[in-house]
Design a binder for this molecule. Structure first.
Ligand code: DMJ
Length: 527
């Protein structure tokens, strides 16, 4: 199975596309209404890219232009998120500065790519939370210490969503050209991954030597991995004017659209063959954006192309179909969940990773997909909340199994001993953010608040940082695992902060699209 490094596979999201913002124009002069409130640009002129070196085309000099104010929390819940972030950051700064991840209990760090992963993942969160001083200090590290010329294998998907996405987002929010230059350097180093016979990229690439290869344990790549990196490469092309980044994914994006069967998991043996093995949503096996794996990011919107609407509608429908539906209802509490189909057998198993789906369905409905997708989104959101709520710590385990038998004595949500851990993942709060933004129902904010309190009670390490835990069912001994994943700062706390905001124009969903690691990028008008 495709496994993300945090332990399991990753499901992904996405339909999106649209309108641009005036950010670049504003950045040139460091003045004017858009510059004074860059995250709240709700409507804006479309951007036309003039010719010339990219930094000049954008009206930028070589020097950094940190001219855009960041924001401040406006209510008590947002302040609590800022306090949590500061605590997490304090641990990282003290014990893991410049390293990939904090080990808060042993007061040390771990490396994955050796590229300051947490620091880069957290840049835009600091900007959004108004932590200017922390942002400046991190920027200095990026400027002086972040070097990509090193002999290290990086996973294409993970490094694209975290590093490339993080740098591009930091550039958009701050206007600082340093981040764009770093992004371009890094993007160039990822390019060898696309040199395959099928054009479907390899999963790993050495950013120093330029040698790319499939995962060590299989020759397959994962549909979701290779389709969830479109936003970042497209953005890099748009900002730099260098077409090769966009071309790299366009060459296989169309292929995936044409060939993507209703149920596809692992695929790509260099020649581009599919292995239809597992359900599209089951996160352990597929990271595909299905049912949204049609080409949301490469076709012009608005309006959403009819072809994409029909494709996605068909896929959601097939998910819910009576005969082989993957969305049954549990007993006795009647929770709607998404199960898995592996080698023809249904399993009532759902990863916490799948909890991105309510948010994505809601976003799709907002952008013109059928209204009943919103109903499904709400139902799945309730389920994800219950996956947390029914645990003694209030935090979801990594995987749950649902009970399908109508016996009152059994609980809806069951957990196996091996699945009781919580890695500080964002998916529940991510969907809560979308659901609140798109429905205005305050219960979603209240649910998020419960989650933040649980994180503070069971995962906060007094000396600094937060730790993943091994047992969400034992509040007396949740067993810290001594690891703070970079997405806790990059995603979980960012989504909580945005969830608690009552300002729909703060990173408006009509102006920005969040990549799969929660890095906001502007939505562009069709050219
Ligand atoms: C993050 O890296 C991203 O959200 C990814 O899409 C899935 N895995 C983690 C969070 O769970």
């Amino acid at each position: 199975p495709a496994a993300d490094r945090a332990g399991r596979g990753t499901a992904r999201r996405g339909i999106l596309v649209r309108v641009t913002s005036a950010c670049h124009t504003a950045r040139r002069s460091c003045s004017g209404p858009a510059a004074s409130d860059p995250l709240r640009v709700a409507t804006a002129p479309r951007r036309v890219v003039p010719a010339g070196p990219w930094w000049r085309r954008m009206g930028l000099g070589q020097a950094a232009v940190l001219c855009r104010p960041s924001l401040k929390p406006t209510n008590e819940r947002q302040k609590a998120v800022v306090a949590a972030f500061r605590h997490a950051w304090a641990g990282y700064r003290k014990f893991a500065w410049g390293h990939d991840e904090l080990k808060p209990v042993s007061k040390s760090f771990s490396e994955w790519f050796g590229l300051g992963l947490t620091l880069i993942d957290a840049l835009d969160t600091m900007w959004i939370l108004g932590l200017k001083k922390e942002f400046e200090e991190a920027r200095k590290w990026v400027s002086q210490r972040l070097l990509f010329q090193k002999n290290v294998d990086v996973n294409l998907f993970e490094s694209t969503i975290r590093i490339l996405g993080g740098l591009l987002s930091a550039f958009h929010l701050s206007g600082d050209v340093l981040f764009l230059k770093k992004a371009e350097d890094f993007g160039n180093r990822l390019m060898p991954a696309f040199q395959t016979p099928s054009k479907i990229p390899y999963s790993d690439v050495n950013i120093g030597t330029g040698v790319a290869h499939p995962p060590r344990w299989t020759s397959d790549s994962t549909v979701a991995e290779v389709t969830s990196i479109q936003l970042e490469f497209r953005e890099l092309s748009r900002l730099t004017g260098v077409k090769k980044f966009q071309d790299a994914y366009m060459r296989y994006g169309g292929y995936l659209l044409l060939r993507c069967p209703p149920r596809v998991g692992a695929e790509n043996r260099g020649e581009g063959g599919f292995s239809p093995v597992v359900s599209p949503i089951g996160a352990a096996a597929s990271k595909e954006r299905s049912p949204l794996c049609s080409p949301p990011c490469s076709l012009p919107c608005p309006p959403l192309p009819q072809e994409a609407v029909e494709e996605v509608t068909r896929r959601v429908h097939s998910l819910r179909g009576k005969k082989d539906g993957l969305v049954p209802i549990s007993e006795p509490g009647k929770l709607t969940f998404v199960g898995e189909l592996a080698h023809g057998r249904f399993s009532a198993k759902m990863d916490h990773l799948v909890c991105f789906l309510p948010g994505t369905l809601a976003l799709g409905a907002h952008h013109g997909l059928p209204a009943d997708h919103m109903e499904l989104a709400r139902a799945l959101m309730d389920t994800c909340y219950q996956m947390n709520r029914q645990m003694e710590t209030g935090l979801s385990p990594e995987i749950v199994h649902f009970n399908l038998h109508p016996q009152k004595s059994r609980k809806d949500v069951q957990v196996k001993a091996a699945d009781r851990h919580n890695l500080l993942r964002p998916e529940t709060v991510e969907s809560l953010f979308y659901l609140y933004r798109l429905t205005g129902d305050r219960k979603y904010q209240d649910w998020g608040w419960e989650l933040l309190r649980s994180f503070n009670t069971y995962t906060r390490v007094p000396s600094g940082g937060y730790s993943s835990i091994s047992n969400v069912q034992d509040p007396r001994s949740p067993q810290p695992r001594d690891k703070m994943e970079s997405f806790f700062l990059g995603e979980t706390l960012k989504y909580l902060y945005l969830l608690f905001s009552d300002d729909p124009d703060l990173l408006s969903l009509d102006t920005y699209v969040f990549n799969t690691e929660a890095h906001p990028l502007p939505i562009w008008a069709p050219s």
